[in-house]
Design a protein around this ligand. Structure first.
Ligand SMILES: [Zn+2]
Length: 104
Protein backbone atom coordinates (compact mmCIF):
# COMPACT_ATOMS: atom_id res chain seq x y z
CA UNK A 1 0.00 0.00 0.00
CA UNK A 2 1.37 3.40 -1.02
CA UNK A 3 1.68 6.27 1.39
CA UNK A 4 -0.89 9.01 0.79
CA UNK A 5 0.14 12.19 -1.04
CA UNK A 6 1.36 15.07 1.09
CA UNK A 7 -0.47 17.53 -1.14
CA UNK A 8 -3.52 17.10 -3.30
CA UNK A 9 -5.02 20.15 -4.91
CA UNK A 10 -7.44 20.58 -7.75
CA UNK A 11 -6.66 23.75 -9.72
CA UNK A 12 -9.75 24.48 -11.78
CA UNK A 13 -8.33 27.46 -13.70
CA UNK A 14 -5.51 25.33 -15.08
CA UNK A 15 -7.46 22.07 -15.24
CA UNK A 16 -4.81 20.13 -13.34
CA UNK A 17 -4.62 18.07 -10.20
CA UNK A 18 -1.51 18.96 -8.28
CA UNK A 19 0.02 16.11 -6.29
CA UNK A 20 3.08 15.87 -4.07
CA UNK A 21 4.40 12.67 -2.48
CA UNK A 22 6.36 12.06 0.72
CA UNK A 23 9.56 11.41 -1.28
CA UNK A 24 9.35 14.89 -2.82
CA UNK A 25 8.01 13.85 -6.23
CA UNK A 26 5.50 16.33 -7.59
CA UNK A 27 3.19 16.28 -10.59
CA UNK A 28 0.41 18.27 -12.18
CA UNK A 29 -1.91 15.87 -13.91
CA UNK A 30 -4.25 17.38 -16.51
CA UNK A 31 -7.93 16.69 -15.73
CA UNK A 32 -8.54 15.28 -19.19
CA UNK A 33 -5.71 12.80 -18.87
CA UNK A 34 -6.81 11.83 -15.37
CA UNK A 35 -10.41 11.31 -16.47
CA UNK A 36 -9.13 9.18 -19.39
CA UNK A 37 -7.23 7.00 -16.93
CA UNK A 38 -10.25 6.31 -14.75
CA UNK A 39 -9.85 2.79 -13.35
CA UNK A 40 -13.55 1.98 -12.81
CA UNK A 41 -15.42 -0.99 -14.30
CA UNK A 42 -17.23 1.10 -16.91
CA UNK A 43 -13.94 2.55 -18.18
CA UNK A 44 -11.86 -0.62 -18.04
CA UNK A 45 -13.20 -4.11 -18.73
CA UNK A 46 -12.61 -5.89 -15.45
CA UNK A 47 -12.16 -9.29 -17.09
CA UNK A 48 -9.89 -8.46 -20.01
CA UNK A 49 -8.32 -5.28 -18.62
CA UNK A 50 -9.10 -3.56 -21.91
CA UNK A 51 -9.59 0.21 -21.62
CA UNK A 52 -12.95 1.30 -23.03
CA UNK A 53 -12.82 4.99 -22.21
CA UNK A 54 -9.52 6.61 -23.09
CA UNK A 55 -8.11 10.12 -22.90
CA UNK A 56 -9.19 10.97 -26.46
CA UNK A 57 -12.81 10.13 -25.60
CA UNK A 58 -12.87 12.87 -22.98
CA UNK A 59 -13.96 16.44 -23.81
CA UNK A 60 -11.29 19.15 -23.53
CA UNK A 61 -13.19 21.18 -20.94
CA UNK A 62 -13.63 18.37 -18.42
CA UNK A 63 -13.67 19.56 -14.80
CA UNK A 64 -13.78 18.03 -11.35
CA UNK A 65 -17.09 18.78 -9.64
CA UNK A 66 -16.16 17.21 -6.34
CA UNK A 67 -13.50 14.97 -4.86
CA UNK A 68 -13.42 13.19 -1.56
CA UNK A 69 -11.07 10.88 0.25
CA UNK A 70 -12.18 7.28 0.54
CA UNK A 71 -10.71 5.72 3.64
CA UNK A 72 -7.08 6.65 3.53
CA UNK A 73 -6.28 4.82 0.34
CA UNK A 74 -8.04 6.56 -2.52
CA UNK A 75 -9.57 9.69 -3.97
CA UNK A 76 -13.08 9.49 -5.34
CA UNK A 77 -13.62 12.00 -8.12
CA UNK A 78 -16.92 13.29 -9.41
CA UNK A 79 -16.47 14.73 -12.91
CA UNK A 80 -18.67 17.31 -14.59
CA UNK A 81 -19.63 14.75 -17.26
CA UNK A 82 -21.48 13.04 -14.36
CA UNK A 83 -18.99 10.20 -14.11
CA UNK A 84 -18.39 9.48 -10.44
CA UNK A 85 -17.51 5.80 -10.11
CA UNK A 86 -13.75 6.19 -10.37
CA UNK A 87 -11.71 5.45 -7.27
CA UNK A 88 -8.17 6.67 -7.78
CA UNK A 89 -6.04 4.76 -5.30
CA UNK A 90 -2.69 6.20 -4.21
CA UNK A 91 -1.01 3.36 -6.15
CA UNK A 92 -2.85 4.31 -9.32
CA UNK A 93 -2.12 8.04 -8.92
CA UNK A 94 1.51 7.37 -8.15
CA UNK A 95 1.80 5.20 -11.24
CA UNK A 96 0.28 7.96 -13.39
CA UNK A 97 2.74 10.47 -11.89
CA UNK A 98 5.71 8.19 -12.57
CA UNK A 99 4.62 7.50 -16.15
CA UNK A 100 4.04 11.19 -16.89
CA UNK A 101 2.44 10.34 -20.24
CA UNK A 102 0.81 13.73 -20.74
CA UNK A 103 4.26 15.17 -21.46
CA UNK A 104 4.73 18.11 -19.15
ZN1 LIG B 1 -14.59 5.35 -14.91
Amino acid sequence: MSAPPTRLKSIREEQVLEIAWPDGTEARIPFRYLRGRCPCASCVNEFTGKRMVDVLDIPEGILIDAAELTGNYALKIKWNDRHDTGLYTWEHLRELCDRNEWGG
